[in-house]
Design a protein around this ligand. Structure first.
Ligand code: NIG
Ligand code: FE
Length: 430
């Protein structure tokens, strides 16, 4: 949202831990760097014009701004942990309906792919999304964004992919664009026309691939509706070869590639991500060792989604092996009605530690600066540094490890977006 900048500076003081992630704006953190949070004790931040002006100890900032203290609105953060606003780099935010019926079927033994092959799954949400009006989609998605915000999330990536025909793909992307303009959370849009082969193309999938490449992608680019292009590369959905064609077509039109890779079966998706220069490869539950190596060499961010593995009752991706191999790792909710109906990024941090061998510090890096780099926003958000957008969260705990430790609890108390207090003491005020 283009938030009007106020002239009153904001002076946040005395955080018991101010997690800055300093020095990480140019590239995502890898290996041992993911542990380095650069915490300032008794930390303070001076915010002006929606941007961070200074970060340091309270002693330093109090001396520096002595003359201007009276102008500022002071936020007392004593006893509180403060982090950068959290970033969710992979969601299917804009959709209609829900799939409790399939959840129950899966509990009785049906698999996710069986349900999809029988015309449910993504196809079922596609039917609901096609039927929904722009305004209905806007209302449902706005509600989800409000819930994200209350938990400290200030930037969200959102994919299309439940239209699977131009009119409805466009509708989803326009809803995302309107949310970006009108909601406090910043939205980064991804076109995912290749999320599934629609029912009427079942017997001629290559014709649908051509339609995505030759008609939809050029329109997305011409209308400026997205900056990324994503594909579900999976046996029974799009082959690696079809995925490559779609991602290359996007590149020609200035859309940066992303890929849903190796989610259900090993399918050389990680390898493909590295080869096409994808900004991120996401899921990777079944990524091969070679694929992980290739991603490390190419600097592809692994966006891991342990909530999806949890909800599909599958083994999680091996975050530990990826971090140790030098792959920059980010975490995300994958918020969608089929495989991860959640808006809780903090819960995803808990799962990152409990199910994927991440340390609490790595999980926090993965939901801040590395998540920002996964959507090319590392220069703007994800760390607390001079010049960056003033997106910050204050929590009711004083140690960052409490976030990954106490699960299913919302610790966020105050959320600041672009220098404005949007949530105060757990209540939405802006
Ligand atoms: O990231 N795997 C493909 N797409 C989504 C799920 C979409 C759905 O089931 O509606 C995912 O898990
Ligand atoms: Fe997804």
């Amino acid at each position: 949202m283009n938030i009007p900048t106020t002239h009153t500076p904001l002076f946040l003081r005395h955080a018991s831990q101010l997690v800055t992630l300093k020095g990480s704006s140019n590239a995502p953190l890898t290996g041992a760097e993911m542990e380095q949070l650069h915490i300032i004790e008794d930390g303070s931040v001076w915010i002006e014009g929606g941007r961070i002006q200074h970060v340091g100890t309270d002693e330093e900032l109090a001396a520096l701004y002595k003359e201007r203290m009276a102008e500022a609105e002071v936020i007392d953060a004593s006893g509180s942990l403060v982090t950068p606003g959290l970033v969710d780099p992979h969601t299917h935010l804009v959709h209609a309906g829900s799939r409790e019926n399939e959840f129950e079927k899966r509990l009785q033994g049906a698999t996710y792919m069986e349900i999809m092959a029988a015309g449910g799954g993504i196809h079922s949400t596609t039917r609901a999304t096609r039927e929904a009006s722009h305004d209905q989609l806007l209302k449902e998605s706005r509600r989800r964004l409000d819930a994200f915000l209350l938990q400290g999330v200030t930037t969200v990536e959102a994919k299309s992919g439940y239209g699977l025909e131009w009119e409805h793909e466009k509708k989803q992307l326009e809803v995302a664009q309107e949310l970006h303009r009108t909601h406090m959370i910043d939205i980064v849009s991804t076109f995912m026309g290749a999320h599934a082969v629609p029912a009427d193309y079942k017997e001629r999938p290559d014709e649908f691939v051509d339609l995505v490449m030759n008609e939809m992608i050029p329109e997305v680019a011409r209308l400026g509706l997205a900056e990324f292009n994503d594909v579900f590369c999976e046996r029974g959905v799009f082959t690696p070869e079809q995925s490559r064609r779609i991602l290359e077509a996007g590149k020609k039109h200035g859309l940066a590639p992303k890929i849903h890779a190796d989610e259900i079966e090993p399918y050389a998706g990680a390898e493909l991500a590295a080869e096409v220069g994808a900004v991120s490869a996401d899921h990777l539950l079944r990524a091969s060792e070679e694929g992980i190596k290739a991603m490390a060499n190419a600097g592809t961010v692994a966006v891991l989604l342990p909530g999806t593995a949890f909800f599909l009752m599958a083994d999680s991706a091996d975050a530990r092996a990826m971090i140790d191999a030098g792959v920059p790792v980010a975490l995300s909710t994958d918020c969608n009605p089929g495989s991860s109906p959640t808006v809780s990024l903090p819960l995803i941090m808990n799962l990152g530690c409990l199910k994927m061998g991440m340390t609490p510090a790595e999980a926090l890096t993965a939901t801040t600066i590395n998540a920002a780099h996964a959507i090319r926003r590392g220069h703007e958000v994800g760390s607390l540094e001079k010049g960056k957008k003033a997106d910050l969260v204050l929590y009711d705990v004083s140690d960052y490890r409490s976030l990954q430790y106490a699960y299913g609890v919302n610790h966020a108390r105050t959320v600041i977006k672009a220098g404005h207090v949007i949530v105060r003491d757990g209540v939405r005020v802006g």
